[in-house]
Write a protein that binds this ligand. Structure first.
Ligand SMILES: Cc1cc2nc3c(=O)[nH]c(=O)nc-3n(C[C@H](O)[C@H](O)[C@H](O)COP(=O)(O)OP(=O)(O)OC[C@H]3O[C@@H](n4cnc5c(N)ncnc54)[C@H](O)[C@@H]3O)c2cc1C
Ligand SMILES: Cc1cc2nc3c(=O)[nH]c(=O)nc-3n(C[C@H](O)[C@H](O)[C@H](O)COP(=O)(O)O)c2cc1C
Length: 460
């Protein structure tokens, strides 16, 4: 434990945190996309837990850390201990000072960045030195070794906690791409903490089989990579999901064996349409081999064949109330996650205006979901549609250019209470869109919108 009364250590803690804040500046100025939804979820669980409960706090971009935090809390309550699950969107210093014990489940996103739901904690809590001498804690760090800054945000939180004098109960447990062994190790440690002897059985994840009902190449001749629209039908009862949720697809590993690799896909449809729709871009390795999951889904699994799916709640990208005006911004396959939001805005009279800004390569080949969009423009579900195509003569712009081109209207929509939803690629699009929105709305407004859940992102 580092003595926190030592000014040298305070300075070191401050400097380390500051360096990290500078390095992740984009994320800091970035968004808290799930504040309102997360708050509701945090309170539901905290209401059951009284004083002395173990704090289980999650920083999550795509829902995995949130799921594991809930399972962690359940393991504690099953062992007769009180636990309260809190999103980082709601976490504050007082909560950590009041808790005797805290379990953190922390993911890293972007390039070593904090998840959007942790942006406020980074800015307001970790930005200052604190004293937490009475806190014992443990850290489950979610990450992926294929990224340069492995579990970077979890280690930043861990460093900040240590400098605050909090005492680690055991070493940080790193989970590489959902590694089942690491999760089991966490469960063993939880058993040791509670004295329980619960079976260690959270993993492997239970997938449910769906049938590949149809598969259509929607951009033949495109200068971009192949994009395939897949429709999956349930083999049993149709489960529930909402716009913003994610389908995690289990793919047989090339080397065989019982385990599956998994990849996430934004769900383009709603249960009211009877099945799961996905829009999959065929990716390839530098040597030309098809990507593992996108290759299997678009080239290997036969129509009529089985696909293993796990639906994941992604509260950070759930929609606002139906009357809220909605500005949807995306590129490429990002239109999948945006489409689901439009499908849900059906009942005329109750819905707010909706504006889609979309960017792809060529209008002739890449006007994804054009039939839907034209029908929705006609029935008023979509109020406004602006598209831009980067490879078309006379256009040549990316989607962020639309934000600058329509700055006055965007400001007017935001003044009327509009929420901004961004979906699509991390590289190029997300930062370009973010910078354009900062130019048009100011960065303070954008931070404010993110902290009130009016700026949300699903980016990959
Ligand atoms: C929340 C979320 C939602 C997503 N939604 C969709 C979606 O709706 N449609 C869709 O097509 N994909 C989506 N993705 C991406 C998807 O999960 C896979 O990463 C993608 O299909 C590639 O997987 P693969 O197994 O085919 O490629 P791999 O075998 O893992 O890699 C093949 C090659 O592609 C490169 N690559 C992999 N992923 C990316 C990437 N995101 N950007 C640039 N290069 C990459 C790799 O570096 C490698 O060279 C989403 C990802 C996330 C996290
Ligand atoms: C767009 C994107 C960026 C990521 N960046 C990192 C990273 O920089 N470092 C890391 O260790 N893991 C990174 N990951 C992996 C995630 O941390 C990992 O998938 C984790 O399980 C996600 O948890 P969540 O669903 O709670 O957000 C990234 C994942 C995605 C989709």
């Amino acid at each position: 434990v580092i003595p926190t009364t030592d000014p040298v250590h305070w300075a070191a803690a401050g400097a380390a945190t500051l360096a990290w804040l500078v390095l992740t500046g984009a994320a800091v100025a970035s968004v808290v996309r799930s504040k309102r939804a997360d708050r509701a979820r945090s309170q539901t669980l905290t209401a059951q837990a009284g004083q002395g409960a173990t704090l289980v706090a999650f920083a999550s971009q795509t829902g995995m850390a949130e799921d594991l935090a809930r399972m962690t809390a359940k393991a504690l309550t099953d062992a007769g201990e009180a636990a309260s699950v809190v999103s980082f969107a709601d976490l504050d210093l007082a909560m950590m000072q009041a808790a005797r014990r805290a379990l953190f489940v922390v993911a890293t996103t972007g390039e070593g960045d904090a998840p959007d739901n942790a942006a406020r904690v980074v800015r307001q809590v970790m930005g200052q030195a604190a004293r937490l001498p009475d806190l014992s804690y443990a850290m489950l760090a979610l990450g992926d070794t294929s990224y340069l800054d492995y579990c970077g945000f979890a280690h930043a939180v861990d460093g900040w906690l240590k400098h605050a004098g909090a005492r680690p109960l055991f070493d940080v447990i790193e989970v590489d791409d959902g590694d089942a062994d690491a999760i089991r190790q966490w469960q063993h440690q939880l058993n040791a903490l509670t004295g329980a002897n619960a079976p260690v059985d959270w993993t492997p994840v239970a997938y449910t089989p769906w049938q590949l009902h149809s598969r259509t190449l929607i951009n033949p001749g495109s200068p971009g990579g192949e994009a395939w629209r897949l429709r999956l039908s349930p083999l049993g009862a149709l489960p529930a999901w909402v716009a913003g949720d994610i389908a995690e697809i289990g793919v047989p590993k090339p080397e065989g064996g019982p385990s599956l690799a998994s990849r996430d896909y934004s769900i383009a449809s709603l249960p009211s349409e009877g099945g799961l729709e996905l829009l999959i871009r065929l990716m390839s390795h530098p040597d030309g081999r098809p990507g593992l999951a996108s290759g299997w889904l678009t080239q290997t699994v036969p129509v009529g064949g089985e696909v293993f799916v796990r639906l994941r709640t992604n509260s950070g990208f759930h929609g606002p109330s139906p009357e809220t005006p909605l500005i949807l911004i995306g590129n490429g396959t990002g239109i999948a996650g945006l489409r689901a939001h439009l499908v849900g805005r059906t009942a005329a009279g109750q819905r707010g205006e909706a504006w889609l800004m979309f960017g792809e390569r060529s209008r002739e080949h890449d006007a994804f979901f054009d039939d839907d969009l034209q029908a929705w423009l006609a029935d008023g579900r979509l109020t406004r549609l602006d598209r831009t195509f980067s490879r078309d003569a006379g256009d040549g712009r990316y989607v962020q250019a639309l934000i600058d081109a329509h700055a006055d209207e965007i400001r007017a929509w935001v003044d009327r209470g509009a929420a901004l939803y961004v979906c699509g690629s991390l590289e190029g699009m997300a930062s370009g869109v973010h910078a354009a929105l900062e130019r048009v709305l100011t960065s303070d407004t954008l931070i404010d919108l993110s902290e009130t859940g009016r700026y949300r992102r699903d980016i990959y």
